[in-house]
Design a protein around this ligand. Structure first.
Ligand code: HEM
Length: 498
């Protein structure tokens, strides 16, 4: 009964206090919070950025907090991030937490799972020659999704949420790019099927995406649980190896991954689950990133004019009319410094991943200012670049404000020098992580977002329904997962330019 529970809690509390007291010398300040075992879990889950800001004021830029039975050491000094992200994997491990999320959210358990083997196999499929193939396929699929429907109804003004529009276009085109299309050569019918099927994948995926923070924290209601189960089941069917086997123009990323799963003896059911996990890992961030970018442009006419001016210049120099261009070559993509700055600035304001590492052995963490702290085996290390460098007023004046040219030098090239404490920063924004585990899809993702923005600005009229609409607040439960999402969508209208 209750008294017993209280007794249990009391014992736990005493044990924790005891453990707290016997933290060893040289360890960061420890903050257990007031609830035994849970510690700061509730506050952390509700709004991690506010909580960590409060802790930073109290303890400085390194401290340890208790969160749901785990000791988490939080490091917020960007000058010291590099030692962490480049530390050897035998000391700070990236994968333990990823494996935990894999199981809890996506029900994936892989036989003989070796993250390093998997990564060695997959890495080349997102870079170099394969990157070019992905980028070209993405352009063609974006065109199918955005411009393919030439019916009368698709020609007039359409109303939609901007997040829905951006997320749906990028995920659908991204899905077709990685998982393959209906048929080759493409016909009007096969492209119509690509549009319908990818829309089905998006709508199903999005329902799971909305449940994700609760799934990760294990806080689903009974009704949510049912819903999550049904949605997962449906996604496993949509992405089953049997269905994928019939698709054309599959990426080498997909080919390599399926082959790897086969070779490690993964059952068909488990393969389908892994495919859904990968859909989220590869497609969960591009859409929200494009949403914020377009919203900042729509709310900042000067920025929009600067980007459009840059695109017009590019188009006037192009050898053929854009409507005939079946690819947007890397050379063209690489000559959009204004759009690059807009993208960097959007990501600075809205990318908030946790960079987490498991402490595998007791180790000393040297800080850039000369201090050194002991980390204990079994603890978790957490960097949160969203607070610093990205929102740090010492590095960025008016850090809350979108300034489209923040990442442009006066000569129009990319600005790369940012300072804190008088010292130049190596990591001044970290939407892609950094070090050994920096995002492998970074180049492909940047190309894709730029292609999407290019197509939208060149081919569409796009307007806020209410020009005075405020930029929505974040859904605060999503800190840590990557790109933030808005608390609610922003209505827009759009039409293909007549
Ligand atoms: C705007 C889009 C994206 C953002 C902001 C993003 C961000 C990130 C971040 C923060 C990490 C973890 C870094 C760490 O913990 O140190 C990561 C890892 C990764 N990302 Fe992305 N990502 C994006 C799109 C993509 C795409 C499109 C792909 C693939 C097609 C991809 C593939 C990967 C892979 C494979 C890893 C794991 C790297 C490893 O195992 O070391 N990402 N990404």
């Amino acid at each position: 009964g209750l008294p017993n529970m209280y007794q249990g809690l009391l014992v736990t509390q005493l044990l924790l206090l005891y453990c707290g007291f016997c933290r060893r010398p040289g360890e960061p300040p420890l903050d257990l919070g007031s609830i035994p075992w849970l510690g700061h879990a509730l506050e952390f889950g509700k709004d991690a950025a506010s909580f960590l800001t409060r802790m930073k004021k109290k303890h400085g830029d390194i401290f340890t907090v208790l969160v749901g039975g785990r000791y988490v050491t939080v490091l917020l000094d960007p000058h010291s991030y590099d030692t962490v992200v480049w530390e050897s994997r035998s000391k700070l491990d990236f994968h333990a937490y990823a494996v935990f999320l894999m199981e809890r959210i996506f029900d994936v358990q892989l036989p003989h799972y070796s993250p390093s083997d998997e990564k060695a196999k997959m890495k080349p499929t997102l870079l170099h020659g394969d990157l070019q193939a992905l980028t070209d396929a993405m352009y063609s699929n974006l065109r199918t999704v955005l411009l393919g429907d030439t019916s009368e109804a698709a020609r007039g003004w359409l109303e939609m949420g901007l997040l829905d529009f951006s997320y749906s276009c990028l995920l659908r085109a991204g899905y077709l790019t990685l998982y393959g299309v209906e048929a080759l050569p493409r016909t009007r019918e096969s492209q119509a099927q690509d549009r319908a099927h990818s829309a089905d994948v998006f709508h199903t995926f999005r329902q799971l995406d909305l449940l994700l923070p609760k799934l990760a924290r294990g806080s689903l209601s009974v009704g949510d649980k049912d819903h999550a189960c049904r949605v997962k089941g449906r996604l496993w069917k949509l992405l089953s190896p049997a269905r994928l086997a019939t698709r054309a123009q599959r990426s080498s990323w997909l080919e390599s991954y399926l082959q790897h799963l086969e070779e490690t003896g993964t059952s068909e059911d488990m393969q389908a689950r892994a495919m859904v996990l990968q859909l989220w890992a590869t497609q969960g961030n591009m859409g929200p990133a494009a949403f914020w970018l377009l919203l900042f442009l729509l709310k900042n006419p000067e920025a929009l004019a600067a980007v459009c001016g840059e695109l017009e210049q590019l188009l006037s120099r192009a050898e053929q009319p854009i409507s005939q261009m079946t690819t947007l070559p890397q050379k063209v993509l690489d000559s959009m410094p204004v759009l690059d700055s807009v993208l960097s600035e959007s990501l600075r304001l809205t990318a908030a991943p946790f960079i987490t590492r498991e402490v595998v052995v007791d180790l000393a963490l040297p800080m850039a200012d000369g201090r050194e702290f002991s980390l204990r085996r079994g603890d978790r290390l957490l960097l949160f670049p969203f607070l610093s460098p990205q929102k740090d007023p010492e590095i960025y004046t008016d850090p809350e404000v979108f300034k489209y040219n923040r990442f442009l030098s006066s000569d129009g090239s990319e600005k790369k020098d940012f300072y804190k404490d008088g010292k130049r920063l190596k990591n001044y924004s970290m939407p892609w992580g950094a070090g050994h585990n920096q995002c492998l899809g970074k180049a492909y993702a940047i190309n894709s977002i730029k292609q999407f923005v290019f197509l939208v600005l060149v081919h569409f009229d796009l307007e806020l329904i209410n020009p005075d609409v405020e930029i929505p607040e974040f859904d605060l439960s999503r800190y840590g997962f990557g790109l933030m999402q808005p608390e609610h969508d922003v209505p827009v209208r759009y039409r293909i330019r007549p």
